[in-house]
Design a protein around this ligand. Structure first.
Ligand SMILES: [Zn+2]
Ligand SMILES: [Zn+2]
Length: 278
């Protein structure tokens, strides 16, 4: 291939996965709780302060969001929705096209959480700068489209109704799986089989929770086992005690060599699967 050919080529299409929050249920300095951004416009979970986290990273922009997907309605996953909606209201003049976000999540809780959030920020005083989002209640097994992303869902085992998401970028063929909070469910490996990047939780550290524990969380070792069984190319383990990151990563890699513990601000660029490498 000559340099001229190279210059004529379109830039390689990428699927981007940015980590805004990877801490356990309390944020640590410069790292929010669960919060991830795909292709710059789909936010999965909102941590405590997604709007603020995005402001601190000028390469991202909350006015570009099309969708927010909540895995479940625990506070460390939904509180940041208030900051996202308020920021967008403040920046309403910059939003092109339909200003309404779509907010999707477990059917049992999603409408209540969105309406409570709008009440909390007193959206009625913000008027048309803060339109009520389009709310999409999801039952396990439901699918949705977010522009180029085709998304499927499955129930996880957690203390409140919760969903895991498998997200296919139809422009690149790249697939991302996000478990949200869950007890160890070996059967999730089938749902996530062959994804390019699996994001899963390890809230209980190195200790496997007892099987009768109904909090619904995984250990580091269980997260690594799920990653290996899913045959995911990359396995990000999140929602854990990051002060023990090195120790956890060593233990996880004994089971799953792809295991990695990302930090807020990390971004993975996943290349177009159909691209010809030559
Ligand atoms: Zn959580
Ligand atoms: Zn939770």
């Amino acid at each position: 291939m000559s340099m001229d050919d190279r210059e004529d080529m379109e830039p390689m299409k990428l699927t981007t996965l940015a980590f805004f929050g990877t801490s356990s249920c309390t944020p640590v300095e410069d790292n929010d709780t669960a919060c991830f951004l795909i292709n710059g416009h789909v936010l999965v979970d909102c941590g405590w302060a997604a709007g603020l986290t995005m402001l601190r990273r000028p390469e991202y922009d909350a006015t570009m969001l099309s969708h927010v997907l909540l895995t479940h309605c625990h506070q460390d996953h939904y509180m940041g929705l208030a900051s996202v909606l308020f920021y967008r209201a403040m920046q309403a003049a910059r939003i092109e096209g339909d200003p309404r976000l779509t907010v999707a999540g477990p059917a049992e809780d999603i409408e209540r959480i969105v309406d409570l959030t709008l009440d909390f920020i007193m959206a009625e005083r913000l008027g048309e700068r803060c339109p009520r989002p389009t709310i999409l209640p999801l039952e396990p097994g439901d699918g949705l489209r977010a522009e180029e992303l085709d998304i499927t869902t499955v129930r996880t085992r957690h203390a409140v109704p919760s969903l895991a998401y498998r997200i296919l970028d139809m422009d690149t063929g790249v697939e991302i799986g996000i478990t949200g909070d869950t007890a160890y469910m070996p059967e999730l490996a089938r749902f996530f089989s062959g994804v390019d990047h699996l994001v899963t939780e390890a809230s209980t550290g190195l200790n496997d929770p007892s099987p009768d524990n109904d909090a619904g969380h995984q250990s580091v070792l269980q997260a690594a086992r799920l990653g290996k069984a899913s045959d995911a190319e990359n396995v990000s383990i999140v929602h854990t005690d990051l002060t023990r990151r090195d120790e956890f990563q060593a233990a996880a890699r004994e089971i799953c060599r792809a295991a990695y513990f990302p930090w807020s601000g990390d971004q993975h660029n996943l290349e177009d699967r159909s691209a010809d490498p030559y």
